[in-house]
Design a protein around this ligand. Sequence first.
Ligand SMILES: [Zn+2]
Length: 371
Amino acid sequence: MTADDIILDKLSAWARQESPTHAPDGVNRMMDLVATEAREAPIAVERIPGQGGLGDCLILRAGPERDEPSVLVLSHLDTVHPLGTVERDLPVRLAGDRLYGPGVYDMKGGALLALEAYKDVARQGQARRPLVFLFTSDEEIGSPMTRPIIEALGRKAAYVLVTEPARDGGKVVTARKGVGRFEVEVEGRPAHSGSRHQDGRSAIREAARQILRIENMTDYLRGVTTTVGLISGGTAANVVPQHCRFSVDLRVTNAADGEAYAAAILGLTPHDPDVRVRVTGGMNRPPYEKTEAVARLFEHAKKVAAELGQSLAETPMTGGGSDGNFTAALGVPTLDGLGIDGDGAHTLEEYGLVSSIAPRRELMARLLATL
Ligand SMILES: [Zn+2]
């Protein structure tokens, strides 16, 4: 078997090991697979037990044991695909250069190629700085458990490399929008829709007006979007509804807009004085802005890639957040999108391009050895 066949085999096995965020047993088996791989090289493994129904995390350490700023690699091993997806809707299969399977692109492919690169560099003793590799279990739900771990390791890092999927033919990510999440609960007054209509205060009617208000905050020129993506309410077709609740997703390009729009959403007041509107939530991931330091890190990656015969491009600011948002917001230069190329993240058409694995692994190894 060639090196390419071996990594393809491993990635197929990783994809078959389903690991949705809320299935901690599956996520933990993924962590077992990583720990097993790490034993093949001089790598120290620390396991942090999961909490609140989430899977464990792993921290790998290699390179010099000096107390100086590290290079931190971030990968998540949870996926959005529920258990059974690999049996029913998205079997692991190779079609030409495409490897289909749950999480292949987002982001088991990136996690695996970075781990292989990490092992290579650890074995060859090439690291100039301590190399820390964090595997997390809850990225797909906004990293509620691992955010403090990411930030603690981030504060000790000189650089952060994130293995989220590459974009459009291998582009890396140097900026991401910030993400806010809000829950809105509306409470009116129930009544029989036929005999007592005038006594009712419809929570759904009020929610509808609030939703339009929120959706109208979208400003494409400014890079701000608001989406009400979930809604529930009412009890029966012939009852003026007492309750309605919905979720709001907010995306912004900079921290000031994050504060301003979060305040606007949290400050929503009812149109109808007899109806209560309660908003909870706030900014979840701060914006990841392309600072001077991020630009310098990208230039370094471009130079290293050129030495490997690769041309590396960056994608314009993307709307999707990642754990890189947390470290970038701390001011630590962060480079993201270093994972596998492919498409279909979060869909049943998800695939990774097998031909992108070897060059990305080489690039990651050179970055780990030169930063
Ligand atoms: Zn991801």
